[in-house]
Design a binder for this molecule. Structure first.
Ligand SMILES: Cc1cc2nc3c(=O)[nH]c(=O)nc-3n(C[C@H](O)[C@H](O)[C@H](O)COP(=O)(O)O)c2cc1C
Ligand code: SF4
Length: 551
C-alpha cells in the first residue's frame, strides 16, 4: 500500500529546477504590492505564508514586464526596472528560507491593461477589435461591483484607445520580457514562467479571434506563435541554460468563434518548446464577457476540468507539465499517478489553507480548510481590491497576523454557527479558555442549511466545528435561556444568523426538510424573495427539484 499523497509529496523537477514536492502555488495577482509597483511587507508576507505552509514552488503571478504600461493595476508586481529588485529580493529570500523555490510569472497585459486605461494610454493589441460580444458579465454585477470594476475608466486621466502593435513595439516587448527575466534572476527567483494565456498580449497573438495580421506576426497557428517564440528565445538568452523557463499556455479558447483550438495550442507549445522551454503550464481561456467566461476558463468551477488537456500536452510534447484547475489533494495525487502531470499547481486551495501541503505531510488531511468555491478572491481582484477569502479571514492580512500578547481570559461564545465557531477557535488558538453554548444539538447554524442549497459549501461547517474542538473549545449543546456565569471575562454574542420572516413564506424549518427530500413541503410554483447569493442558491436548488421558481 502506498502512503497517502506519496507522489504529491515526493521531490520533483522542472528542467534544472529541483522541488521539495510537487505542489506549486498557482500564479495569482493579489493586489498586495505597493502603489508604486514595489514589493512591500504585505506582498512578502502573503508569499512567505504559502512557502511556510509547505508548497514546493511559489509562483509569483503577473509580474509586469513594462510597468506602468501593459499592466492591470498600480499594485501589480513589476520587473520593468531595477528599482523593483530590492523588494522582490526580500520576497524570494523569505520563500527560500522556508525551503520553497520561487518563479516569476512575466506578463504584458495587452488589451487587459486597465492601468493603461486609467492613465489615458493606448492598449497594445495585435489587430483592431472585432465587434464586442454581448456583455453578460456587467449585467450580473451589482451597482457597487460594477462601479469598482469600472473604476479605472472613471479616473480623471482615463481614456480608452488601442494601438495596433508595430514591429518596433513588438521588438520592445520582446526586449522587455528579456530584461524582466534577467531582473527576476537578480532578485533571486529560481525560475521564469512566461504568461502566454488568459487573453494577455502573447495570448492575444496566439488567438485567431484577436490576431488578424498577415505580416509574419499573424496567419496560421505557427505564425501566430511568433511573438511567443521570440519571447522564449530572448528570455532563454537572458537567463542561460541553468534557470528553468516555462510558459503558461491556454489549451483552448471557449465561447469564441474563431478561437484557439487544442491543435493550435499544441502547435504553439511545440515550437515554443523547441525555442527553449523546460516545461509547459497548461491553462485555458474563455471569452470574459460571457457570464461563465472565467469559470469555463483558467479558474474552472468543474473539478479537474483542465486535466485532460494537461495529459494530452504531456503525452504529445514529451515535456514536464504543470497541471491545475480545482484539484483536491486526492485528484492531484491521482493525476500524478495517471501520468497527467509532473507538478500540480493549486490556487484557491492554497488561498483557503496555505498550510495544506504541510498538513498532508503530517497525515492531517482532515484538518485542511476547504475552499468553498464562492469566488470572493478573484472577485476582489476584478473589483481592483486586495485579495480576500470567504473561508480564511487572514487572507490579505498576513503581514498583520501575530501571536496575541493579551493575558489569557475566560470567554463564553453564545451560538455555534459559523461566526461563533470562528470566534471561538481564534480565541482558543490565542490561549484563552473558551466555552461555546449552542441551543440546538448540532454545530454549524444556518451554514448547514446553506450547504444543502449550495453543495460547494459542504465540508466548511464540519471544518469549523472540528477546528474549534481541536483548538480546545469546550462545547455545550442544548443551552437555552441560561444566564452566563458571573466570573467570565468576556461573552461573545454570536446568535446573529436569522431568517427575515416574510408573511406566508416558509422558514428554514420547512426548507431544510424539503432540501433533504421531504417533497410535501413546497407546492409546484415557488416564489423566492431577494437576489442575494443565498436567494439564488435556494432558487437553483428548488428548481433542481422540479419546481417552477419565480425570483
Ligand atoms: C485571486 C486570483 C488571482 C489570479 N491571478 C492570476 C494571475 O495573475 N496569473 C495567472 O496566470 N492566473 C491567475 N489566476 C488563475 C490561477 O492561476 C488558477 O489558474 C486558478 O485559480 C485555477 O486554479 P485553482 O483551481 O487551483 O484555484 C488567479 C486566480 C485567482 C483565484
Ligand atoms: S473560499 Fe472562495 S474566496 Fe476563498 S479561495 Fe475559495 S473561491 Fe476563493
Amino acid at each position: 500500500m502506498t502512503a497517502p499523497f506519496e507522489r504529491l509529496l515526493q521531490p520533483g523537477s522542472l528542467g534544472p529546477l529541483e522541488l521539495r514536492n510537487r505542489i506549486a502555488l498557482c500564479p495569482m495577482g493579489v493586489n498586495l504590492g505597493e502603489p508604486d509597483g514595489t514589493a512591500g511587507d504585505d506582498l512578502v508576507a502573503w508569499f512567505h505564508a504559502r512557502a511556510r505552509g509547505g508548497a514546493g514552488l511559489i509562483l509569483v503571478g503577473s509580474a509586469s514586464v513594462s510597468y506602468p504600461d501593459g499592466s492591470y493595476d498600480a499594485r501589480q508586481v513589476a520587473l520593468s526596472d531595477d528599482r523593483f529588485i530590492p523588494g522582490l529580493r526580500r520576497l524570494t529570500d523569505a520563500v527560500r528560507a522556508q525551503g520553497a523555490a520561487s518563479a516569476a510569472q512575466l506578463v504584458h497585459d495587452g488589451a487587459n491593461s486597465l492601468f493603461d486605461i486609467s492613465r489615458g494610454q493606448p492598449l497594445l493589441v495585435p489587430s483592431k477589435r472585432r465587434p464586442p460580444p454581448n456583455d453578460e458579465l456587467s449585467l450580473m454585477l451589482t451597482p457597487d461591483e460594477l462601479a469598482d470594476t469600472m473604476a479605472p475608466f472613471a479616473s480623471p486621466s482615463a481614456a480608452y484607445s488601442v494601438r495596433v502593435a508595430t514591429d518596433a513595439d513588438l521588438e520592445a516587448v520582446v526586449t522587455a520580457f528579456a530584461g524582466a527575466a534577467a531582473r527576476a534572476v537578480e532578485a533571486g527567483f529560481d525560475a521564469i514562467e512566461i504568461h502566454a494565456g488568459h487573453g494577455y498580449l502573447i495570448d492575444a497573438f496566439l488567438s485567431p479571434q484577436t490576431n488578424r495580421r498577415d505580416d509574419g506576426w499573424g496567419g496560421d497557428a505557427t505564425a501566430r506563435a511568433t511573438l511567443l517564440v521570440e519571447v522564449v528565445r530572448a528570455v532563454r538568452a537572458a537567463v542561460g541554460a541553468g534557470v528553468a523557463v516555462w510558459a503558461r499556455i491556454g489549451a483552448e479558447e471557449r465561447h469564441r468563434d474563431p478561437g484557439q483550438t487544442v491543435d493550435d495550442a499544441l502547435t504553439a507549445a511545440r515550437i515554443a518548446v523547441a525555442a527553449g522551454l523546460d516545461a509547459v503550464h497548461v491553462t485555458s481561456y474563455a471569452e470574459p464577457m460571457v457570464a461563465t467566461g472565467i469559470t469555463d476558463g483558467h479558474t474552472p468551477h468543474v473539478p479537474g476540468a483542465l486535466l485532460p488537456f494537461a495529459a494530452r500536452f504531456r503525452a504529445e510534447l514529451g515535456m514536464p507539465v504543470i497541471a491545475m484547475g480545482r484539484l483536491t489533494p486526492e485528484a492531484a495525487e491521482a493525476a500524478l499517478a495517471d501520468g497527467a502531470a509532473d507538478v500540480i499547481a493549486m490556487g484557491r486551495p492554497l488561498i483557503a489553507d496555505p498550510d495544506l501541503p504541510r498538513k498532508l505531510a503530517a497525515g492531517r488531511r482532515d484538518t485542511v480548510r476547504p475552499c468553498a468555491y464562492q469566488y470572493r478572491c478573484i472577485g476582489a481582484i476584478f473589483r481592483n481590491q486586495v485579495v480576500r477569502c470567504t473561508v480564511n479571514a487572514d487572507v490579505g492580512h498576513e503581514a498583520a497576523a501575530t501571536e496575541s500578547s493579551a493575558p489569557p481570559r475566560s470567554v463564553l461564545v453564545v451560538g455555534g454557527g459559523p461566526a461563533g465557531l470562528e470566534a471561538a477557535r481564534r480565541l482558543a488558538e490565542r490561549g484563552h479558555t473558551v466555552e461555546l453554548w449552542e441551543a440546538s444539538d448540532r454545530l454549524g447554524g444556518t451554514l448547514r442549511l446553506a450547504e444543502l442549497a449550495d453543495p460547494d459549501l459542504l465540508g466548511l461547517a464540519d471544518w469549523l466545528a472540528g477546528a474549534a474542538v481541536d483548538a480546545g473549545v469546550r462545547v455545550r449543546f442544548g443551552v437555552v435561556d441560561q444566564e452566563p456565569p458571573v466570573d467570565l471575562d468576556v461573552v461573545v454574542d454570536a446568535t446573529g444568523g436569522r431568517w427575515d420572516a416574510v408573511d406566508g413564506a416558509v422558514g428554514p424549518g420547512d426548507l431544510e426538510p424539503f432540501l433533504r427530500g421531504d417533497e410535501g413541503v413546497l407546492g409546484p410554483v415557488v416564489d423566492v424573495v431577494g437576489s442575494s447569493k443565498a436567494a439564488l442558491s435556494i432558487a437553483r436548488a428548488v428548481r433542481a427539484r422540479g419546481r417552477v421558481v419565480r425570483l
